[in-house]
Design a protein around this ligand. Structure first.
Ligand SMILES: [Zn+2]
Length: 433
């Protein structure tokens, strides 16, 4: 089922006409109301009247996270503060937090995008939705919450943490949909097992997972262990929050972008030049309808590609590929680019290993070294030492062969890597400390 048939199945030509109208309006608004954009447009020698086709987008300036930080907290807002009805902020794990503000209309659109997403995952108003995304300044919890209500479903606002209690609620309330990070889902499954509860016997049938990069191997692992259909949701607080794009349960192959609100581009991160469909580069969004904090060509640092081919679900909107990594997370080990997601794929292909891992990067003398710590499952742990050593060598060889870097691999006992209730911490970079 499709929540907004009109917008989600719009023919390409009509979608582009709508996007152009909205892009022109957006340029007028930011030029008139946000000094940062007036200055940027002036420096580029462009005025809103110069935007005559979608192709003119390439002449508009980029916006980066640092621009939001430089204008902390309210410098990028495009409406008077009394029109802002809610604030959210990023966690600020790497520097100053960024603040985003929403008008009532922004919140209404966000709720609709989530309602579209939940229906795309296979949910309807008859479902009970267990929302384990964190409630608070993080956009995950409240974002999903209001969309679930808009859909008319029953939302259980559990938020993150208190894992054993969550298992009890999953058993007692009988939700059919769960929303959380994929790593937390795995933790929930483990905890349930300890409590003697089999996920496959719960009424749960759909998992909406996002807020951290994950892989198809991890999807298959979750689906096999829990018996649910796992789909991928994408978003970022600067652009809106979760629900910028969503994977349909029919294809499970890339996330449909809500193009009537978010205009996507893929650029070469090294020079900013546009890249074609199917090519992997940095994802860039222009928020066509946002009022509170509209953004022109926001560089997400997420690496993906765009797919305009028709989808079996009947939607006509472009699909973005699963995030292949963040240029922020990209590790450069002795000159080789390495993404944690690549390591994850390899270890999930090795028997007896779990998706709980950490990558520790150190500098020894002039050289970077990388150590991958991976938990083994109970069965593997009880095996002879020589079997463990064999697996260590196997993974080490695969990392060398597929990623081109030398890593030391250390298999550790089950439950020894710290669990996260939100985004998993995959990389500990001790260089420069
Ligand atoms: Zn689809």
């Amino acid at each position: 089922m499709i929540y907004n048939v009109d917008k989600e199945t719009l023919p390409r030509e009509d979608m582009e006409a709508l996007q152009l109208r909205r892009l022109k309006d957006l340029c007028e608004r930011v030029y008139a109301r946000v000094p940062f954009y007036k200055k940027k447009f002036d420096e580029a020698g462009i005025t809103p009247a110069d935007i005559r086709s979608l192709n003119d987008l390439q002449y508009l300036p980029f916006t980066e996270k640092q621009d939001l930080r430089n204008h902390y907290p309210y410098g990028m807002f495009a409406v008077p503060k009394e029109n802002i009805v809610r604030l959210h902020a990023s966690s600020g794990t790497t520097g100053r937090a960024t603040v985003v503000g929403y008008t009532q209309r922004d919140l209404d659109i966000w709720a609709e995008c989530i309602a579209r997403s939940l229906m795309m995952a296979g949910a309807t108003r008859r479902d009970i939705i267990h929302n384990a995304y964190g409630y608070g300044l993080f956009t995950g919890g409240l974002g999903v919450h209001f969309g679930a209500e808009k859909l008319g479903a029953t939302v259980v606002p559990v938020s993150g943490g208190a894992t054993r209690r969550q298992i009890s609620l999953l058993k007692d309330f009988g939700p059919t949909v769960i929303c959380c990070t994929p790593s937390y889902m795995i933790f929930l499954h483990e905890t349930a097992r300890e409590m003697g509860i089999d996920f496959r016997e719960l009424p749960l049938k759909i998992g909406v997972f996002g807020a951290e990069p994950w892989t198809d191997e991890m999807r298959r692992d979750i689906e096999a262990k829990t018996g649910i259909t796992a789909v991928n949701i994408y978003g970022l607080s600067e652009v809106m929050g979760p629900g910028v794009s969503m994977e349909c349960h029919e294809a499970q192959c890339g996330m449909h972008i809500y193009e009537d609100h978010f205009l996507p581009e893929i650029i070469d991160p090294s020079n900013g030049k546009a890249m074609g469909p199917g090519e992997t580069g940095e994802l860039v969004f222009t928020t066509l309808t946002k009022e509170g904090i509209p953004l022109i060509r926001y560089r997400t640092k997420d690496l993906s590609s765009l797919n305009y081919t028709p989808c079996i679900c009947g939607r006509s909107t472009v699909r973005m590929d699963r995030i292949k990594g963040r240029s922020d997370d990209m590790l450069i080990i002795r000159g080789v680019n390495v993404f944690p997601s690549q390591i994850e794929s390899l270890l999930l292909e090795t028997a007896g290993l779990t998706p709980h891992y950490q990558i520790i990067v150190r500098r020894e003398g002039p050289l970077d070294t990388m150590e991958v710590q991976v938990e083994v499952d109970e069965k593997m742990f009880s095996d002879a030492i020589k079997n463990l050593q064999h697996r260590e060598r196997e993974l080490q060889k695969n990392i060398k062969e597929f990623l081109g870097v030398t890593a030391s691999v250390k298999l550790v006992e089950p439950q020894s890597i710290e669990r996260s209730v939100g985004k998993a911490k995959r990389v500990i970079d001790q260089r420069g400390e």
